[in-house]
Structures are given as structure tokens and as C-alpha cells.
Design a binder for this molecule. Structure first.
Ligand code: SF4
Ligand code: SF4
Length: 363
């Protein structure tokens, strides 16, 4: 039986604002039933790297926080630390960046708790019995929460095609060690004909795996596969052999998402924002131009169905990016060369939800 995904579609809302629609979606899509009195509720989001502006705006998150409180929960905003050098690699930098990006208590109405602690080492091993992992390492604060609402910005991603709910939960709540496990198959190589030895990739690499001579060289013995150099390179000189690795990484992300949701059956809700749909992740210190017009906001209690619906809606939307004009299929695949649907296949196989869905417009 198909799962229901609710949508507040831009252009169909009359005089209802998207902010009010967010609030109504929360209740209509059944997220209120996920929250019980005095629940510690993790609101899982991405605070945005410093310089990025495409993440879900704090004024939307405020509405989610307000609904959690209205249904008796005690919300906190959470994400885990990143692998790479940037502005969110430890709890102090991460919290500072979040506040600079507008997620202060005064604006959003909930405290920030970094899920995997000061340096990414506070995690809980969660049993998932997957094809790749028996257990996964999930940020402790998220594991100890009673319920969870994943607030997701749906957009492109250089390593997984697109970044949606699965990535928000799986990669997003994996501790640093967990992120390394998920990235382990990602090994970048430099094209010497394109490399100008500018050194930007080396500046960004978190483990000094790149040395610069006449061209850049990536040491696969040191590389942790974070993927940051691929998107950093201004000349597209770094690529990954994605033979089977892209699918494997997505499957690992799905297994981590299963771990993030373990013990929260019936206590998890998902809201995806199909606004400002950029080609790249919010982990970047910039935001690219949107590839399609704003579509709207989706909500569901099925993380697979909402992800499938998000992908289908972007595929069906008219392209804004010149390079995508006339593209009829998966725009993210056309952009990145990565088929991101393995995450959906594996998530469905793991029992996280259904790829079959029906879209229901906000009443
Ligand atoms: S070489 Fe690239 S993928 Fe490997 S750790 Fe450095 S930035 Fe990450
Ligand atoms: S960023 Fe690109 S062009 Fe610059 S050194 Fe690295 S691989 Fe070469």
C-alpha cells in the first residue's frame, strides 16, 4: 500500500504562507502523533556551513519547534560534526556557526545539542544487521532522544547524486567514525591534464592526504573518502571511479539511517523543503544557483516515500540550469553522473518505508 506524502505546493497556497503551511503539514501528515508528553525530541537539521545560505531557514525551523512544543515535546536542534575542515568540525565551531546562521534560541526557540559531542566521539553502537554493517555509530544525543523530526533541505550532492532525508539522517547522525565508515569506498584521483596545482583541494582536505607538486596527488592510504576535494576543485580535475562505489556508499547511508531511527518506530516524522534546490550540499561555503524553481514543502511519516516523492518532483520540474534544459529524467544524475536511487532501494529493503506513495495536497 502506498504511503501518504503531504505537500504544500508553492503557487497553490493562496494566501497561506509557507510558514503557516509548515505548521499545518506537521499536524496533517501525522507528525503530531509521533510526539508524546515530555518527549526529548531531536529536530535533526543541517545548520549550514559558514557562507552557505541554502539550508532550511531558521524561521521554518521555529514553526517545527513550536509544533513539537504544542504537542508536549521538548525539542532540541541537532546535527553531528563533520569529517572535513570547515566551520562545523567540533561542537564549539559547529554551535558558533549555527548561531551565526540564525539558529540562536531567541529565534528558533530550542537549544542546540551537537549529537556526537565535542569532537565527534560521543556515539552509541546501534544494531542494524545490514549488508554492510552489523552495528552503526550514531551520535549519542540522537539515540537518547525519545522522538525525532528530520527537517531536510532537498538538493544535489556531488557524491550521492542528491541529498535528502536519508543523507540527513544517515550521514548526518553518523559520528565521525561512522562517517569514515560510510566514505571508505570513495577514492579520488586527479586528472593531470586539468589540474593547475592551485592547492585549493589540499587546503580543504581534513587529513592532509593531498600533496601538490606539478599537479595534485591524492594518497589513498591516508584519504578518508570525505569527498570534499571533488567539489572544491574549481577545475573539476578530481574524479572518483564510481563503478560500484556510489551505490555502496548510498547503501551504507541507508543502514546508518536505519540506525538513527532504531527505537523510534512510530516516533519519527519527516519534513522536506524543496526550496532553493541547489546543485550542491549545504556543507559548502557557498550556494549555487537553484536548478529548478521552488516546489514546496513535503511531510510524511515514511522517510522513503518522502524521498522518492522529492526526487520525482524535481525530475518533473522545469530546469533553470542551462545544462539541464531538455533533461527529462533525474536532474541530479545528469548533473553529477551519480544515480542516487540506490539509497531508496536499500532503505526500502531494510524496511524503512515504501517507494510507493500518493501525494496529498495540504487541506
Ligand atoms: S583526498 Fe579528498 S576525499 Fe580524501 S580525505 Fe582528502 S579531501 Fe577527502
Ligand atoms: S583544486 Fe583541482 S586544480 Fe587545484 S590543485 Fe587540487 S586538483 Fe589541482
Amino acid at each position: 500500500m502506498p504511503s501518504t506524502v503531504y505537500i504544500a505546493r508553492v503557487g497553490d497556497l493562496g494566501k497561506v504562507s509557507l510558514l503557516d503551511a509548515t505548521q499545518r503539514l506537521f499536524d496533517d501528515a501525522g507528525l503530531r502523533e509521533c510526539i508524546e508528553q515530555d518527549d526529548l525530541t531531536a529536530v535533526k537539521l543541517h545548520f549550514g556551513e559558514r557562507g552557505n545560505m541554502a539550508f532550511v531557514a531558521p524561521i521554518f525551523v521555529r514553526r517545527v519547534v513550536d509544533r513539537v512544543k504544542a504537542h508536549g515535546g521538548k525539542p532540541f536542534l541537532t546535527d553531528s560534526n563533520t569529517l572535513y575542515r570547515g566551520s562545523r568540525g567540533n561542537a564549539v565551531d559547529h554551535t558558533t556557526t549555527a548561531i551565526e546562521n540564525g539558529f540562536g534560541y531567541a529565534t528558533v526557540g530550542a537549544p542546540i545539542v551537537i549529537a556526537d559531542g565535542m569532537d565527534g566521539k560521543e556515539y552509541v553502537e546501534v544494531q542494524v544487521n545490514g549488508d554492510h554493517f552489523e552495528t552503526v555509530k550514531i551520535g549519542a544525543a540522537a539515540v537518547h532522544a525519545d522522538s525525532i523530526v528530520a527537517v531536510t533541505h532537498f538538493k544535489g550532492h556531488e557524491a550521492t547524486g542528491f541529498g535528502g532525508v536519508m543523507k540527513n539522517l544517515g550521514m548526518g547522525l553518523g559520528s565521525r567514525a561512522g562517517k569514515q565508515q560510510m566514505h571508505a569506498d570513495f577514492l579520488p584521483d586527479v586528472d593531470p591534464d586539468k589540474c593547475t596545482a592551485c592547492g585549493e583541494c589540499a587546503d580543504w582536505c581534513p587529513v592532509d592526504a593531498i600533496s601538490i607538486g606539478e599537479v595534485a596527488f591524492t594518497d589513498h592510504g591516508i584519504c578518508i573518502g570525505c569527498g570534499e576535494c571533488v567539489a572544491t576543485c574549481p577545475y573539476s580535475a578530481i574524479a572518483v571511479d564510481w563503478g560500484t562505489d556510489a551505490a555502496k556508499m548510498q547503501e551504507k547511508i541507508a543502514e546508518y539511517a536505519k540506525g538513527a531511527l532504531r527505537g523510534k518506530e512510530g516516533k519519527a516524522g519527516f519534513i522536506s523543503f524543496l526550496l532553493n534546490i541547489t546543485p550542491d550540499c549545504d556543507c559548502w561555503h557557498f550556494s549555487g544557483a537553484p536548478i529548478v524553481p521552488d516546489i514546496g514543502i513535503l511531510a510524511s511519516t515514511d522517510p522513503v516515500a518522502i524521498e522518492q516523492a522529492s526526487l520525482d518532483l524535481v525530475s518533473a520540474a522545469p530546469a533553470l540550469a542551462d545544462s539541464l534544459k531538455g533533461e527529462k529524467g533525474d536532474k541530479f544524475r545528469a548533473l553529477t553522473g551519480v544515480d542516487g536511487t540506490a539509497v531508496l532501494d536499500h532503505a526500502a529493503k531494510l524496511g524503512l518505508g515504501s517507494r510507493e506513495y500518493e501525494l496529498r495536497a495540504l487541506k
